[in-house]
Ligand binder design. Structure first.
Ligand SMILES: Cc1ncc(C[n+]2csc(CCOP(=O)(O)OP(=O)(O)O)c2C)c(N)n1
Length: 321
């Protein structure tokens, strides 16, 4: 019989596993864990089908699944350190997907990740590969130097929307235009998370942020920037795609795209960028589940999830997810 295995002291009580389970196997505990959070417990053991949706949604890698005598394992490309993100923040899901791509491709011992400023500033604590810090907006410039100096290494940047599309926009456009053979993981949560929820270049029209308490006014702030659409106009070949992590199916699709973005680098094909639509429950003022639903209902209509550009030889394969 399949069953989830919950590492309760990793859990931050976000309940995303509970809402993701189609069979209502899990419910919140009556007691708190070492961090002071209620955590999921199994209430319907016989109902588990082994779909792994709980594991896939968990932003804290607090769940594994045992099925037919085998138990899933946390990626070895992550350290054991618990993530420092807020409860329900999907940075943790994206970290897991990146780590699984690195592990799956067998490049952990020759990968360098670059994390600039933003909530993921401590990413070097969580990825079990070489990591380099960059100042705000400069990750792609640093990645360019590392990749050009050591083309044998796999180099990725992990950047927020404030970082990549505001202070770092020049680096973004020029690195893409030069066709640097790096992989960019662009986490778009439509807000400056780390500094308290200010408006970002990606904040939606009408969306409330701490610097636009009545909602983004496009007459004053312009329209949100669709980064992949902008970059796709460059002549330089690239892999440009947008994915989301608001539900298990979207996460499984995101996993494939992230792996593909690394594969293009390994084959020396092109610059690759995966925009990942992400949540910020704390600064959006929503529960983690509400934030996932808000992303689906509000972000995806403005930021469609699909592949926007693939290297020319494979253009016939472009598909809508
Ligand atoms: C040169 C500079 N300007 C401004 C800041 C302040 N600052 C730190 S993080 C941040 C925004 C981060 O937002 P984002 O890149 O969207 O990442 P998130 O925190 O949402 O993951 C800002 C403006 C800084 N650290 N350095």
């Amino acid at each position: 019989m399949p069953k989830p295995i919950i590492e309760k002291d990793r859990c931050k009580g976000c309940e995303l596993c509970i809402s993701a389970c189609p069979e209502k196997v899990l419910a919140l505990s009556q007691e708190i864990n070492a961090k002071g959070y209620f955590f999921p417990v199994i209430v319907q053991p016989d109902a588990c089908t082994g779909c792994r949706y709980c594991l896939i949604m968990c932003p804290d890698t607090a769940i594994q699944v045992e099925n037919k005598g085998k138990t899933t394992a946390r990626s070895v490309a992550l350290t054991q350190k618990p993530f420092s993100y807020c409860p329900g923040c999907t940075h943790g899901v994206i970290h897991r997907l990146v780590a699984e791509a690195i592990e799956g491709l067998g490049v952990q011992d020759r990968t360098v990740g670059i994390a600039p400023v933003g909530c993921s500033v401590l990413a070097y604590e969580f990825f079990a590969c070489d990591m380099q810090q960059a100042s705000h907006g400069r990750a792609m410039a640093v990645a360019t130097g590392i990749k050009r100096g050591r083309p044998d290494l796999t180099v990725f940047t992990y950047q927020g929307d404030g970082d990549l599309a505001s202070i770092g926009m020049a680096e973004t456009v020029h690195a893409a235009n030069r066709g640097e053979k790096i992989t960019v993981i662009f986490v778009n949560n439509a807000i400056y998370g780390m500094t308290g929820g200010q408006m970002a270049p990606t904040t939606l029209p009408g969306q409330v942020a701490s610097t636009c308490p009545t909602g983004r006014d496009v007459k004053l702030a312009g329209y949100p920037i669709r980064v992949v659409e902008l970059l796709k106009e460059l002549k330089t070949p690239a892999y440009l795609t947008r994915v989301s992590v608001h539900d298990p199916k979207a996460i499984l699709a995101a996993k494939k795209s992230i792996r593909k973005a690394f594969e293009y680098q390994l084959k020396g094909t092109c610059f690759s960028l995966v925009e990942v639509l992400s949540t910020c429950p704390t600064n959006w003022g929503q529960t983690p589940k509400e934030a996932c639903d808000w992303l689906k209902d509000n972000m995806i209509p403005y930021y469609p999830i699909r592949e926007f550009k693939i290297p020319e030889a494979e253009e016939g394969d472009a598909h809508v997810q």
